[in-house]
Design a protein around this ligand. Structure first.
Ligand SMILES: Nc1ncnc2c1ncn2[C@@H]1O[C@H](COP(=O)(O)OP(=O)(O)OP(=O)(O)O)[C@@H](O)[C@H]1O
Ligand SMILES: [Mg+2]
Length: 174
């Protein structure tokens, strides 16, 4: 459980730049898994950065777990909350799962080799990207998860910022 209260996540885009984006709906966790499997089929994932937004418990880690499983990651998939980043590998694809919730010291960016990771090929998935301030490059895709009520339904908004992001959108649009 995360007990630390953090300020609301900052968006890195001015209001004028925000548009409705592409919506999706996950009625329950099985729907989340099915949607993640569709995304996993996209070749554009091989070099992409997806920023995951949403409140505590929205389902960011859960979504990542389903995506990693669909990509072929085996074994336990730990949440990176304490380590900031958990590396994975599946079928030759390098995957880095970040959680910047507790990211505080900018020196960590260099010390933990995060700059090198973002320069490398592979899939980067980041929870709480706003906590890393201006260190992060612009995401190819912003995925926002909203919890409608206390049930298992989630409303998703997707916003692509690059050709890679748009290719990912195409994969899940069908
Ligand atoms: N449709 C759904 N999609 C994803 N998770 C769901 C869904 N329905 C219920 N859940 C549950 O919601 C919880 C989401 O927790 P999770 O740790 O994934 O959230 P999080 O967004 O990563 O939170 P944090 O900001 O604390 O890291 C899990 O217990 C998961 O089983
Ligand atoms: Mg999480």
């Amino acid at each position: 459980m995360k007990a630390v209260v953090k300020p609301l996540q900052q968006t890195r885009f001015g209001r004028g730049q925000i548009h409705a984006g592409h919506p999706a709906f996950w009625s329950d966790e099985a729907a989340t898994a099915a949607w993640a499997a569709r995304l996993a089929a996209s070749p554009a994932l091989s070099h992409a950065f997806i920023a995951l937004h949403g409140e505590l418990g929205a389902g960011k880690t859960t979504f990542v777990r389903h995506l990693l499983r669909a990509l072929g990651v085996q074994g336990r998939i730990k949440s990176p909350t304490y380590a900031v980043v958990e590396p994975h590998e599946a079928r030759g694809l390098a995957i880095w799962h970040f959680d910047f919730y507790r990211f505080g010291d900018p020196r960590e960016w260099e010390d933990a080799g995060l700059r090198d990771i973002f320069a490398a090929r592979g899939l980067k998935l980041a929870e709480w990207p706003g906590q890393a301030g201006n260190f992060l490059p612009r995401a190819d895709l912003d995925l926002r998860i909203a919890t409608a009520s206390d049930d298992s339904a989630r409303a998703i908004t997707l916003e692509a910022h690059t050709p890679t992001g748009r290719a990912l959108l195409e994969a899940v649009r069908a």
